[in-house]
Unconditional design. Sequence first.
Lengths: 231, 231
Amino acid sequence: MDSTAARNILDPSRERLRGAAERLLAEYGVEGVSVRAITSEAGTNMAAINYHYGGKESLVSEVFRDVARRTARRRISQLDLVEAKARAEGRPPTLADVIDAFLTPYVDEADPATGRLLTHLILMHRIRPTTWTREIVADEFDPLALRYVAALGRAAPGLTNAEVHWRYHLMVGAIMIVLTDDSSHSRMRRLSDGACSPDDRAALRRELLSFLVDAFRGGAGATAGEGPSTD
Amino acid sequence: MDSTAARNILDPSRERLRGAAERLLAEYGVEGVSVRAITSEAGTNMAAINYHYGGKESLVSEVFRDVARRTARRRISQLDLVEAKARAEGRPPTLADVIDAFLTPYVDEADPATGRLLTHLILMHRIRPTTWTREIVADEFDPLALRYVAALGRAAPGLTNAEVHWRYHLMVGAIMIVLTDDSSHSRMRRLSDGACSPDDRAALRRELLSFLVDAFRGGAGATAGEGPSTD
DNA sequence: GTCTATAACACGATAGAC
DNA sequence: GTCTATCGTGTTATAGAC
C-alpha cells in the first residue's frame, strides 16, 4: 500500500473536495470560486468534481445544504432546551429566552466559516435566488422559522400573528447585516470611531439581544400613539 | 442629418449604455449581466463599453455610485425636512419622524429599479466587498449615516452612543431583508400563509416603522431587567 | 465617435487512457 | 477511482476600418 492509497483511504478525494469547497466558499463565495481552485485546493484533478458530484452546482448546493441543516438543528435544539427549562419552572419562555436561542448558533459559532457560509447563503438567495437556494431555504429553514414564529408569538402576546411574522423576518435581517460587517474593514467601527466593533462577540450578542427584545416587546401595549408627525 | 445622427445627438451611445446597464443590473445583478447583454440592450457594439467607460467594472460602479448618491440626497433632504418642521413647532423630531425619513426613499420609491439597485449594492458589498463597493458606501453613505445616528441619538436619549450605532446598523439590516423578499416567491407570504406580503407597501412601511420605533425606544428606560433567564 | 472582427483568456464539462 | 488533455462556450479587451 503506497502513500497515495493510504491517503485516499483515510481521506478519499470526494471528502477532500467537500472540505476544499467549504473552505473556499466561505472565503470567496460561489462566484468567486472556480472548479479549478477547488480541485487544486483538494489536490485532485478537475474531472473529480464531475465524477463525484456531477458538477460545480451540485457540490456547492450540497455544501450549503449541509451548513443550513446543521444550523437549523442547533437552533431547534436550542429552542427545545429553553422550552423544556421554562416548562420545568412552570412558566412560559420569555422573549429573551427565545431570541437568545435563535442567536446562539450564530454568535457562538466556534467555526467562523460556518457563519460565513450561512450568511453567504441567505444574502445570495436575497440578491439572486436560484432554484437550489430556494429549495435549501424552504426545506431547511421553513420548519425552523415556523417554530420560532410560534414561540415568539407566545412570548409576545401583544403582537398580532402578522406582526410576529413581519418581525421575525426583520430580526433575521438585523442579524445578517451585523454578522457580515467585515471585521478588517468594519463600517460600524469606522462610523462609531471605534466605539462598536463586530469582533466584540459579547457586545454583539448583548446589543442584538436587547435590540430585538425591545423590538418584539414594543407591540405589547407600550407603543400605541407615536406615529410620524406627518400622519 | 440622417436618422442615426439624430438619434445619437438626442441619446448618444454613452447614455444608452448607462440606461441599459441600469435596467439590466437592477434585474439580474452584476454577475448576472454580461457586456454583451448591456451593449445589445443599448443597441451598440461591444467595444463601446470600453471606449466610453474603460470596462465593465467602471460602468457598473458608476451606475451604482449614482444610485447611491441619489438616494443619499433624498434621505438627507427628508431629514432636513422633518428637522425644520420640528424646529418650527418648537420641539425635537420624534423617533418616528427620523425613522420615517430614513424609510421614505426606500418604500416610496416610484421607480422600483432604484430600490433594487440599492439593496443589490448593499448586500453585494456585504457578501463580497470590493474596492469599488467600499468606496461607494464610504463616500456616499457614511456622511448620511452619521447624520442619522446623531438624529436618532437625540430622539432616543435613553440609548448610549454605542447603542445608537449598533441599532442604526441593525435597522439597515432589517430594511434590507424585507425589501429583498422576492415578491413572486415571497418567503414571508409563504410562511405567514398569506397574512404578510412584501407587495403591500403600506403594511411594509407600517410594520417597519413600528418595529424600528419600538426597537429604538426600548432602551429609553423601559427595558432594564429582562435578560435571558440563563444569565 | 462608432463599428466589425478578433484576440486572449477563464470557465465548466467531458472523453478516453490507465 | 483517478488522471491528462481538450472541447465548447463564455468572458473582457483591443486593433483597425470607416
